[in-house]
Write a protein that binds this ligand. Sequence first.
Ligand SMILES: [Zn+2]
Length: 373
Amino acid sequence: MSANIGKILGIPIRIHWTLWLVFLLVAWSLADGYLPIVYPGLGALTYWAIGAVSALLLFISVLLHELSHSYIAKKNGLPIARITLFFFGGVSEMSEEPKDAGLEVRMALAGPLTSFAIAGVLGALWYVSRLVSAPVPIIAILGYNAVINVALGAFNLVPAFPLDGGRVLRGSLWGRSKNLLKATRNATRVSEALSLIMIAAGLLLVVATADIFNGLWIIFLGWFIRSGAETSLKQTEMTEALHGISVGDIMTRDLLTVSPDISVQKLVTDYFLIHPHGGYPVVRNDKLEGVVTMSSVRSIPAEKREMETVAQAMVPYERIVTISPNASAAEALQKIAEKNIGRLLVTDGDRILGMITRGDLMKTIRTRQDLSL
Ligand SMILES: [Zn+2]
């Protein structure tokens, strides 16, 4: 779904497939519609070149917009896991939600303000380029991107979650009610209403005026807002359901451990064939030395399993993902999701205290939601 393109400010930047779609749509709509009308008399190739450069500038504008959110977040000690650029915006994936309503509002506002600032700079350049009679393609690119950045800033201010405007709305509601979950639910309701209106308006445009391009565009935006709002609500609900629970509260304490000295063959017959677990901590004298999983076993050819020991097959201590028992359960969930793993070992230095799995966390979330805790 998304491709990595590098790191900025230490944050991995990824591109969602919808952005490629938008890149094409923008270049196409400019080259085939807007440009020949506004700047007649240029060749088709020139129109496409202007369209492509403008689409690229739009992409950079979206990136700068998104980086401004991340900058405020990082400055306030909120870690950003990654930035994913979607069409018409991006999502900075925070490892934690903002700690207070004021920060959420400030963070959300940074993006649209950045877009308006970019629009101001490009608009000024556009003005100068016209004064000095610069080549038409340059005027066209500057003019279009100034306008599109105003649109980008304005669109993101629409009070629909997960757009920036939705976050401003949630932050304000949160500041007033002091209840994050309630604020998120209300902001999501507003978002869903707005998205339905957009989808209906898009359909109407297609049916009534046969304006298929703009109609589909609006339907697409409505759908984007709707799915984004649902995801945000789910995320908040999950984090809130784990509120106040530490890893130590729900971890499994009695673990079946394996000695590093037994053979891989013995590990298979005495552990994997008997017990239902997908992996075992490797422990010697109460010290954690590594983890051995099904894939560790698979990496050793069958005929060598009699000779090789668990110590040779295991993932060594340095490479396993651990968590402290004092960490919050929400943090464990985040770590598991981020690294895409099934379990975390709970350790105090190299001493193993227990294990926490994705399943444990999901069960806690479901139970608490069932009991409306
Ligand atoms: Zn934004």
